[in-house]
Write a protein that binds this ligand. Sequence first.
Ligand SMILES: [Zn+2]
Length: 297
Amino acid sequence: MAKKTTEEPVAKPVNPPSPPRPHSPTDKSPDLRKGVPEGLWIKCPGCLATIFRNEALKRLDVCPECGYHWPVPAQQRIAQIIDEGTFEEWDADLVPGDPLSFVDRRPYVDRVRSDQAATGLKDAVITGTGRIRARKVAIGVTDSRFIMGSMGSVVGEKLTRAAERAAETGLPLIIISGSGGGARMHEGILSLMQMAKVSAALARLHEAGGLFISVMTNPTMGGVAASFASLGDLIFAEPKALIGFAGPRTIKATIKIELPKGFQTSEFLLEHGFIDRIVKRGDLKSELARAIDYCNK
Ligand SMILES: [Zn+2]
């Protein structure tokens, strides 16, 4: 069992989540529309082709025509990557508090509760241990459906603990990021502090000789891109993922020049040395196993 971090998370139980709702086309929640939509035939947002839904599902939620990668729920991602029956979740009971009694268009507690019900998650990350083609790993997966995959106290604490456990046990650490939200503003500075906290834990993992592979998926933005997601010994990205700090529209409006073609895509960032490899979803499990072997972990 890993040692506890010195700082307890700002986490106290909110109301227990209701059972997950089925994914339905009539559901108004934008979070649920991000994955492969319902229906026999669906329209690909990448190439606008109408495709047979089952063809996308067979390819792990990838368009058979253009290779567009739909965002994948964290539970499904773990099933894609981790050998069946080997996953053990860590810290599943951590739930977010509401330290600021934050209200924007609606109270933060309501937002948390409805995303818990919609996703079956307690917060935007799942961490745990399991095997990738028989290699034991520590893994964390963020989920863009839960408040845009943003990092509040719970996400920061769970990833910190995962990094600490990886350092203690010598397991390779893999974090798969799907986060358009960056640091979660609803928890104010406590969210911003998570950037430093996770980064420090990853530095200790590095000093202990550990291996950390970061996998960026569409989207990986803000405080997530600016902390743990960019700190991998190896950084993989899915094709055509949006990766950056501020979004392209904000940057364009600020600096008032035309941004280069493909700005903030995986392909652009590979060309500029920011990431190490673009890995298609269907190859990710094998590539992770190969990288772990290559690094002799
Ligand atoms: Zn397509």
